[in-house]
Design a protein around this ligand. Structure first.
Ligand code: SF4
Length: 520
């Protein structure tokens, strides 16, 4: 493919006078010339990875830029008005029923909507985006449309932003989750076997899922007849919900094998039990069928990505399918120092004896930054409670439900300190919103989680994945406070387990991040 170094200024009006930042041109050229189907771009915050993604797309007749959130989609659309944005149905108002969104659309093949091809906002936008060469979508939309509707597929190039979340997006699409309310409604009990490896495990699950599918399909046939005779909106919505559930059952029945797990969990919203089935690792068959087939080439962009063998295992690829390029941070390392101060070993064996050392060091750091806002990442609720138990009035924490309100309070109060076991990702705290970060505990995933323990105890690669996931979370957690070139924030690493990981497995951490690490 011919590489055009002027594509940025020629195609994108907001950058008509711009110059490339260090590493951008090299990365675009690398992506365009790589013979591999997947290119990984490790690019820290501020390196301008969206420019790299868009310029790569502009070299193709049609391409898609996948975002992980609506906010990110909005930001990319603002920066690149030449690209066209598509979002899910709930973002559009239905023309037929003005009190509904298009997610509650009552159109089906059985009850067509007269406005669908005339004024329906969602349908109009969708048709325009489908024809457009530069499309901005989100992961859920592509997965749903590409796999169930059959549009938004066949791209020469797909750019995946925040691709460190790709595995969880794909898992969310293929996992089968059944709320207890649905089982009760269908009058079906959970399956008799708890594990796939137990005697007849998989066949018992399959027979159970087939039974559910058959009950739901009978209900769908009845609803279909009602719809033909002009049913209510609620009936049509139920029909759509059950249709999509049958789609999930089909994926399950086609792919379930001995490597799948079954767990009873608690719904994040209703707190009622839900039953989930998921593969320990996404298989090549699953990822190919539901994701990779939608593009000839994919670029996975993130500030943190696992090493090739782990990435391949997570996404059903082979290491030979992947090329990697890493670019440096444009933020000076002196603005984002990461200081190792390993005062306590927060592993279970030494937790009780070392906790006082950890709390004493946290108290010292809080005194040093007495006039500044900061964040303490605790990973565990137990450490969060212990930190809050010190009684410092600057500390603000949250429970599962009130995180948003608590975070607003933190941002409003001067010199406040956010104490959280779950804020390694997604927090954007520029300038005075965060001047220091403490990582109190190595953020290893809990081995009490069945998926985590199956991976870790199931293979040596699983143990490596466990360490790699922790390394990525450390990098993500330390990046919450430096959001632009003039911004500055210091990170303190207090757990001896972090020091151990860093010294024994330095290769798990990106180059730009290690450049800023030193002992305190
Ligand atoms: S197709 Fe008709 S019913 Fe469906 S969202 Fe559009 S206007 Fe509303």
């Amino acid at each position: 493919m011919d590489f055009n170094p002027h594509i940025l200024t020629q195609r994108f009006s907001h950058f008509s006078q711009a110059q490339y930042r260090p590493g951008q041109l090299e990365a675009i050229r690398y992506i365009l010339t790589s013979p591999k189907p997947v290119t990984v771009l490790i690019a820290p915050t501020g390196s301008g990875k969206s420019i790299i993604g868009m310029c790569s797309m502009a070299h193709h007749p049609r391409a898609s830029y996948l975002c992980s959130s609506r906010q990110l989609q909005a930001q990319i659309t603002t920066d690149f008005p030449e690209a066209k944005l598509m979002m899910g149905r709930s973002n559009f108002q239905c023309d037929l029923n003005l009190h509904l969104t298009c997610a509650e659309c009552v159109h089906t093949k059985l009850s067509p909507c007269v406005l669908k091809h005339i004024t329906c906002e969602y349908e109009q936008q969708k048709q325009e985006v489908l024809k457009h060469p530069l499309q901005i979508l989100n992961y859920s939309y592509l997965l749903y449309e590409g796999n169930y509707v059959g549009k938004f597929s066949d791209y020469p190039l797909i750019i995946c932003d925040e691709a460190d979340t790709l595995e969880s997006k794909l898992a969310g699409f293929v996992n089968l989750t059944i709320p207890s309310s649905l089982l009760q409604r269908l009058n079906i009990t959970p399956p008799a076997r708890k594990t796939a490896t137990s005697k007849d495990g998989v066949s018992v699950w399959q027979a159970w899922a087939k039974k559910i599918k058959s009950v739901v399909e009978t209900e769908l046939a009845i609803l279909k007849a009602d719809i033909m005779e002009g049913a209510s909106e609620d009936t049509i919505k139920l029909f759509k919900r059950l249709e999509s559930f049958v789609g999930r059952l089909r994926i399950f029945l086609a792919h379930v094998d001995q490597t799948w797990l079954y767990q009873q969990l608690e719904s994040r919203y209703s707190h009622r039990p839900v039953w989930t089935f998921q593969p320990v690792w996404l298989t090549p068959a699953l990822t190919r069928e539901y994701f990779w087939r939608h593009g000839q080439k994919h670029v996975l962009m993130s500030a943190t990505m696992p090493p090739k063998p782990i990435l391949a295992q997570l996404l059903g690829l082979s290491s030979g399918d992947i090329d990697v390029i890493e670019i440096d941070s444009t933020f000076p390392a002196c603005n984002r120092p990461v200081l190792l101060k390993p005062v306590a070993d927060m592993s279970r064996r030494t937790f009780d004896t070392d906790l006082p050392h950890l709390l004493a060091e946290i108290a010292k750091i809080l005194t040093k930054h007495r006039h500044e806002r900061g964040v303490i990442h605790t990973k565990s609720w137990r450490i969060a409670e212990a930190v809050m138990g010190t009684g410092n009035p600057r500390l603000i924490t949250h429970q599962g439900q009130d995180k948003h309100e608590a975070l607003t309070r933190f941002k409003q109060q001067p010199s406040s300190v956010w104490v959280s076991p779950s804020s390694e990702r997604g927090l954007d705290l520029p300038d005075d919103q965060c001047r220091f970060i403490i990582i109190a505990k190595a953020p290893y995933e809990s081995l009490a989680d069945k998926l985590v323990s199956s991976r870790v105890y199931g293979s040596s690669l699983g143990k490596y994945w466990y360490k790699s996931a922790c390394a990525q979370d450390i990098v993500q957690a330390s990046g919450r406070g430096v959001r632009h070139e003039q911004d500055y924030c210091v990170t303190y690493l207090l757990d001896k387990q972090i020091e151990l990981l860093l010294t024994k497995h330095a290769g798990l951490f990106p180059r730009y991040w290690k450049q800023a690490v030193d002992y305190a």
